[in-house]
Design a protein. Structure first.
Lengths: 505, 342, 334
């Protein structure tokens, strides 16, 4: 029990926020004390980022109040938030691409360049991160950009630090040193709100946890009082009717009598080398690895989005190396991209347009004039099949929830009736119910004899769904696992580039 | 010294300066009579109007927006200055009216673009039409002429015997001051920051809307001041004065290394680009081309430069990306031996 | 009821139609001569180049680009026809064909830099506007006839005083009432409507404008699509140039030089988003009509001379877009 008299660092009462018709926050209450690391977890669309942006002054609440150190504050813009010693490290890095790292970090500060440079170097020495301060931000990788954002936060001497999924793009080493710094800040009495999707991080670093669902805080308290199962249950809506199928229900695959649907031989490209693998019809081949291992680069090169540097690609025995995306689609491969907003979704186009966009070259969609009747029935088929919640096919894709958007993208990937479908992080950022639906879709694909190449950073997801798994480490395959060998431990060890013996030291 | 070299090579305006010098040298090589102090100084002297326009619009372009109304603003201000000159009115009055006009137009543009978030091309298109109509109304459909001699002669007056025009001197000083403010002061850097990443600027506490509003006000004021220089130089203001100048000002900024998407560039570049734009016709005369080739050459120049610049930048970014990916897949980075060791 | 009203207004084309009706009511009540069909047609005729080109620029702007060089291509087409027919002695229709090819090539050149070299459309077409108007100037000097005078005397008047051949395109009237240009414009509207809103090609244009990366992932050749839209505007500008030259019986290099901003105004007023992915041929056509009638009505009813007309058009544009934005802000849509 905290001393009842200690003023809470940050208190939020009754925050409500709507965007147009969409009520995102429905009366949020939250407390944060100095020296606490509060993990905030919740599905996509639960409102976590919106709440943080309100604290940071980027949005204004429709109702409710914010108290800092017991005093009510009106945070009308980020300048006010910065003055109140609040700082947010955003989920997506928001650097200035044409400025150097140094200029990026000091932008907005009032002190002299010399003072700031000295302080920055001190912090960098403390963390042990090396970074060329003169590099232009546009040349940085996502991971490096994240580091710069974190450095900005550390420079701010913030009393309240908000970290929005800071580790999603970091390597194992960087995460370790980052956690060390965060714990030090905690010891200095700084209050930290830590948003994450990764439940293991909650137990590793947080002192308190809060679960947000559908715009309200549903559960919260000190971390010791929770188990993983409690957290997961807290995330699911009360009426979750879908039971996610257990991996053991899979029918075994008879590899003896099957030819691979898809094969890579010594495939090399930007970010990966000497990749050789086979995918059989009706199987799910999981591709595990840490962020940055090169998996997305591999599959997008296969899909024709980048040049390959060597090796061969075969589909149903026919060579398709170096084919353009259009030809790959024609040959029978389709792809659910990793980032649905950048590469997957046509936001202001209708759901029908989204679903059928890959089908345009086919005669099904007409010869010159678009066959809207066919378009309607194709789209409706997927809406019914995947239970996509829509009011009307003419709705714009951006008006759907994250889970339904993902279903639309998957529909498009399946509309061309591919022999193999590549799924890259198919359940990223969608709520548990939608995730269950996606898993069912994958099972249906297996039954239909479609080959599935599943790329995911969620090891449990891979374990649950895959028939076989390969692990990728630093651009190379460093492990192959058959059905019995697929365990969370095995995959985790291999993803980090270790062998079992090394890990058992 | 190394630092100076580094700053220069990284500055986009430096490449523009080299380009300008190259243009002069090439012209001089083909026609040696060009390479006289008088000719070169004339190139600078006669680019005053363009410099002022380009400098003004560079603020807006750096924030990632555009303003196509500056030609009309210049025309209206020129007409006003002209009619003041007709009655032998004072300089001060001209400047005051110019500043008020520029402020008004810039403020309206700023509100529309920064506060209401109307796309800048569209909103300034509207003000372009409105101000253009105002020019016609103000001048009653007639050319404003018959200015006092002193006014027009002033555009030719120089500092002592150096041949450097008084206007040129004033403008150079202004450009240098602006450069210092933009690169050294905190608020000066806001323009580029807002253009580079609008949301990122807000996040670090930069008053982004206010910055854009100020950019438009400055742009309007400079456009209006350029009108004074315009009427002083030409001695008359027709009803279509200024038409098309906005495109030349934008072209000047592009030639000066300012990116139309914002976040890149420098006011010195705008000034140099303006000198390039206005010198082209003069250079072509020395090269033996009659004036009808002006637009063609300008067009070829503009397209060549932006295409090369774009291709170069893209190649650099793409190469950097590919190197990074290759490094990631070949590195022998040491990995700590997992959780089990802790 | 209120909801239904707001729903109707959400459809921008209905709003434009309402404004059109309003114009008829207001101007007509002040001066009934506004209703004279012949005058309306003749007025629209004066503006027809802008109407035609804006149809095609709609395609470009839906892909997220912009085209400010089209007006230069008008003059280029005109003078090319003139010089080829007058000085090179070519058959008039041959000259027309070559001019159209040249215009398409100009569009293609800029389109290439925009689509395949990824240079910003505004800058490329800015350079293009200088280049192509400059080219027009240079070509005009190949003629014996001085540039400022313009080449005239095009074939097309027979013994009866009827217009045939080339000048038919400029002066003929269907049913003795509807100018041929308006008929051609209507045909173009139908063609563009089918091309943009009903064909697979048009669907690709919308998708590329919405998200070019996602379009690539769907196997759509984004670059080719973007490239093609600039070729289209080149051809559209050529058509406008041909009609204008035939109408005024004069081939001049600077024909059309003031059209650019009016074209953009018509497209934007028609509901096309500058960020791409949204737009409509009907919207553009209606907007062009709204602007035409505004100019006509103001001239007729308030005796405002044509030079002043930029002002009310500018005011209307600003009012319309500002109100649209204020509506979005009030409904928290931003």
């Amino acid at each position: 029990m905290e001393t009842g008299e200690s003023k809470k660092l940050l208190s939020i009462r009754g925050i409500t926020k709507a965007f147009g018709q969409n009520l995102v926050l429905k009366g949020v209450d939250m407390d944060l004390c100095g020296g606490e690391i509060l993990a905030l977890i919740g599905g996509n669309g639960a409102g976590k980022s919106t709440l943080m942006k309100i604290i940071m002054g980027i949005y204004q609440p429709d109702a409710g109040c914010i108290f800092i150190n017991g005093k009510e504050v009106q945070i009308i813009n980020p300048s006010v938030a910065l003055e109140e010693c609040v700082y947010m490290v955003p989920q997506e890095p928001m650097l200035f691409p044409n400025m150097s790292v140094f200029e990026n970090i000091i932008m907005g500060f009032h002190e002299s360049n010399a003072t700031l440079k000295a302080r920055l170097q001190e912090i960098m020495a403390d963390i042990g991160w090396q970074m060329d301060l003169t590099r232009k931000a546009i040349t940085l990788s996502i991971a490096e950009q994240t580091l710069v954002e974190i450095l900005r936060g550390l420079m701010r001497n913030a009393k309240i630090l908000i970290l929005d999924e800071p580790t999603s793009a970091l390597t194992f080493d960087e995460v370790e040193s980052f956690f060390r710094v965060v714990k030090e800040l905690k010891n200095k009495g700084i209050g930290i709100i830590y948003i994450t999707h990764r439940l293991n991080e909650v137990f590793e670093i947080a002192s308190h946890v809060m679960i947000m669902r559908d715009g309200v805080i549903t559960l919260g308290g000190p971390v010791e009082k929770f188990t993983r199962e409690m957290l997961v249950r807290g995330l699911l809506p009360v009426d979750a009717e879908h039971k996610v199928e257990n991996g053991s229900v899979h029918a075994a695959i008879d590899y003896e009598h099957l030819e691979p649907a898809f094969e890579l031989k010594d495939f090399c490209g930007y970010g990966f080398n000497d990749i050789s693998l086979k995918v059989y019809p009706g199987e799910v081949l999981g591709v595990a690895g840490v962020v940055g291992a090169g998996r997305t680069e591999l599959v997008s090169t296969v899909f024709g989005r980048d040049k390959s540097l060597g090796g061969k690609v075969y589909l149903d025995g026919k060579e398709i190396t170096g084919f353009s995306t259009a030809k790959i689609l024609e040959a029978g491969i389709n792809y659910v991209p990793e980032d649905r907003h950048y590469h997957g979704l046509f936001c202001i186009s209708t759901i029908a347009a989204n679903t059928t966009s890959a089908l345009l070259p086919t005669p099904e969609m007409g010869n010159f004039i678009l066959d809207t009747k066919n378009e309607y029935s194709i789209t409706q088929r997927f809406i019914d099949l995947f239970r996509i919640k829509v009011i009307d096919q003419k709705q714009t894709a951006s008006s759907l929830s994250g889970g339904n958007q993902q279903k639309v993208v998957i529909s498009r990937a399946l509309s061309t009736e591919p022999k193999m479908v590549i799924m890259d992080e198919p359940t990223r950022g969608i709520d548990a119910v939608a995730r269950g639906d996606v898993y069912n879709i994958i099972h249906q694909l297996r039954e239909k004899g479609v080959a599935v190449l599943l790329v995911s950073s969620d090891i449990e997801e891979i374990v649950q769904l895959s028939d076989r798994v390969v692990t990728v480490f630093q651009g190379r395959i460093n492990g192959e696992f058959s059905k019995d060998e697929i365990t969370v431990d095995n995959l985790t060890i291999a993803s980090f580039g270790l062998t079992k013996d090394e890990a058992m030291v | 010294m190394n630092k100076i070299i580094k700053v220069l090579t990284e500055s986009r305006w430096f490449s523009s300066l080299l380009f300008l010098i190259a243009l002069f040298l090439i012209t001089g090589a083909i026609n040696p009579t060009f390479l006289s102090y008088g000719n070169i100084i004339t190139c600078f002297n006669s680019s005053i109007v363009f410099i002022l326009l380009a400098v003004g619009i560079s603020f807006v372009i750096m924030t990632g927006e555009i303003d196509v109304s500056i030609g009309s603003t210049m025309g209206l201000s020129a007409a006003i200055a002209g009619s003041i000159a007709q009655q032998n009115g004072s300089w001060v009055m001209m400047v005051v009216y110019a500043i008020l006009l520029g402020l008004a137009v810039g403020f309206v543009n700023g509100v529309g673009v920064a506060i209401l978030k109307v796309p800048s091309l569209i909103f300034t298109l509207g003000t372009y039409g409105i101000v253009r109509g105002l020019v016609y109304i103000y001048s009653g459909g007639r050319t404003v002429e018959n200015f006092s001699g002193a006014f027009t002669r002033f555009s030719n007056s120089t500092v002592g015997n150096t041949g450097i025009g008084i206007y040129l001197l004033i403008v150079t000083v202004i450009v240098l001051i602006i450069n210092v403010v933009e690169t050294k002061t905190r608020q000066g850097k806001y323009f580029l920051a807002v253009g580079d990443n609008y949301d990122g600027a807000i996040l670090v506490g930069i008053p982004a809307k206010r910055t854009k509003l100020i950019a438009y006000i400055l742009c309007g004021i400079f456009a209006a001041i350029s009108g004074i220089a315009f009427s002083s130089k030409y001695g008359q203001v027709t009803i279509i004065a200024g038409s098309g100048y906005e495109m030349s000002a934008i072209a000047a900024c592009v030639l000066g290394g300012i990116s139309l998407s914002g976040g890149l560039g420098n006011v010195i570049g705008a000034a140099i680009g303006a000198v390039i734009m206005s010198s082209i016709s003069r250079l072509l005369v020395f090269l033996g081309f009659s004036s009808e080739y002006d637009n063609t050459i300008t067009g070829i120049l503009l397209i060549t430069i932006v295409v090369l610049d774009s291709l170069l930048r893209q190649r650099n970014v793409e190469n950097a990306r590919r190197e990074r990916l290759i490094a990631r897949s070949c590195s022998k980075k040491e990995i700590r031996k997992g959780h089990s060791q802790e | 009821m209120k909801n239904k009203l707001t729903n109707i207004f959400k459809n921008w084309e209905f709003t434009l139609l309402a404004i059109l009706i309003l114009e008829f009511v207001i101007f007509g009540s002040i001066n009934p001569k506004f209703f004279r069909i012949a005058s309306i047609f003749s007025n629209i005729n004066n503006y027809i180049s802008i109407c035609i080109i804006s149809l095609f620029v709609t395609f470009v702007m839906i892909t997220g680009g912009i085209d400010i060089q089209a007006s230069s291509i008008v003059g280029l087409t005109s003078i090319t026809i003139g010089v080829l027919w007058n000085d090179a002695g070519l058959n008039i229709w041959m000259a027309v064909a070559i001019a159209v090819l040249l215009a398409a090539f100009c569009g293609a050149l800029s389109g290439f830099f925009i689509a395949y070299c990824h240079v910003q459309p505004m800058v490329v077409t800015l350079g293009g506007s200088f280049l192509y108007s400059g080219l027009a100037q240079v070509i005009s000097n190949f003629s014996k006839i001085p540039a400022y005078q313009g080449i005239s005397g095009f074939p097309g008047k027979n013994a009866n005083g009827d217009y045939i051949s080339f000048r038919f395109l400029g002066k003929a009237k269907l049913f003795d009432l509807i100018p041929i240009q308006i008929v051609i414009y209507l045909i173009l509207i139908i063609l563009c409507y089918v091309l943009l809103h009903q064909s697979k090609y048009g669907r690709r244009i919308f998708l590329v404008g919405d998200n070019p990366k996602a379009a690539e992932y769907s196997g759509i050749n984004s670059r080719l699509i973007i490239f093609s839209t600039y070729v289209l505007t080149g051809i559209g500008a050529a058509i406008a140039g041909i009609l204008l030259t035939a109408q005024v019986d004069s081939a001049k290099y600077n024909l059309g030089s003031t059209f650019t901003l009016s074209i953009i105004t018509a497209v934007v007023l028609g509901g096309t988003l500058t960020s791409g992915g949204k737009g409509s041929v009907i919207g553009t056509a209606l907007a062009a009509l709204v602007i035409c009638l505004l100019r006509f009505g103001l001239t007729l009813c308030f005796n405002i001379s044509s030079q002043n007309l930029d002002l009310p058009v500018g005011i209307m544009l600003i009012l319309v877009v500002s109100l649209r934005q204020i509506n979005r802000i009030v409904h928290h849509l931003d």
